[in-house]
Structures are given as C-alpha cells and as structure tokens.
Design a protein around this ligand. Sequence first.
Ligand code: DX5
Ligand code: ZN
Length: 218
Amino acid sequence: MEISASVLSVNEEESVHTFYRLETAHTDYFHIDVMDGKFVKNDTTEKMKIYSDNLKNITNIPLDVHLMVEDIKKYVDIFSPNEPSIISFHIEAAKNKEEVIALIKYIKQYTKVGIAINPNTSIENIYEYLSLVHKVLVMTVEPGKGGQSLILETIDKIKKLKEYIVSNNLDTEIEADGGINIDNIKLLKDAGTDIAVVGTYLINSKDYRFTINKLKEI
Ligand code: DX5
Ligand code: ZN
C-alpha cells in the first residue's frame, strides 16, 4: 500500500524542515488538503498554495491534491501550475452528471483526475465515472479537518467499491482519507485500499521513516 502524507496539520514555521523529513522518510505522495471555507468551513487555500509552491522547490515526490471546494475549476487553475500528479474533486460539489464529466475533462488537460466521496455518499453514485477517472478518494472521516477518528462503516464501502472495480476489469485506484493509523490500516488494506492518506498520526510521530515503514509493512 502507498502512503500519502497529508500536510494539513504541518506547522507553518517548521514546514520546510518537516517536508525534508517526510521526503527522506520516503512518503509516496504529499497530500494537499485544499478547503475553500464554503464546501467545508475551514479555508486552507493560502497555506496549501504556499506549501505546494515550497514542495515543488524541495522535492520530486508527487503532489496529491484534494479539492474540498465548490468552485472546482477555480482551484484547478490555482493548483495546476504546481504540476500535481493528480487532482481529486468531490462529487457532492458537482450539480449534475454533465458537470462531473466536464470537470473530469477539464482536469485531464493538466493531470490525472480523482473523484472524492463523503462518508454518507453511496458508492453507486460514482460507478458511472470509474472508467473515466484514475482514482476514487473515499473519505473515511467527514471532510474539513485533521485529527478525527476513522468512520468504520466506510470500510465496507471500500470493500464494495473494490469488488465492483475488479468485477468490471477496471484499474481505478482507491485512496482512503482520514483518521488512518497503525491500528486501522490493515482493515483498509484488506478491504482493497491502494493508497492511505495519513496526517496527524504521521506528522505527530517522532520518526517519520519508522512510522511510514510500519504503516507500509502491515
Ligand atoms: C480531511 C482531509 C484529510 C485529513 C487527514 O478533510 O481531507 O486528508 O487531513 O488527516 P488525518 O490523518 O489527521 O485525519
Ligand atoms: Zn484529504
């Protein structure tokens, strides 16, 4: 399983040092949590833009951008210059199927595209898009902040999604996001998760390489 380190809880004063530590600890991605203060109540745009600019100067490790925003195109335009390896947007922020298809096409001009779903959004809502996107970002907490506990019911959603992907011969990846730690990561792996986003549990640990290795060897 790959690890995507969420930088949401990285302390601004120590951010560059923290990014170097995460790079030498071999995180597979840096997860950039962009919040607009409308889709979710926090607004992290400025901080995430500074972090993305700094990361591009520090490392080649890919940026995994997670847009928790209403005006998706606006934020694609803000973050695409940082050349992220993927940009994921929330299905709940799109008005209808036409808009989802248009957004997928818009993002594909710049990079790979992911579709994110909240804990209470059913998996069936995105089946029709799976062949068009590279990844499904399954929220295992309510979006909006770090440090929450994983919602166990979301693990069944991942299992069901994986079954659908396999039985339809799709190669769409599954990323789980929120409240992930050493105690629950095996449940996510066994359910079919390909990438785990880890924020608080990793950022608060003393040895990043040790923590990432422990999470990956489960
Ligand atoms: C929540 C974000 C998550 C979160 C992960 O809205 O999308 O990426 O920052 O952080 P932890 O691991 O602390 O839940
Ligand atoms: Zn996220």
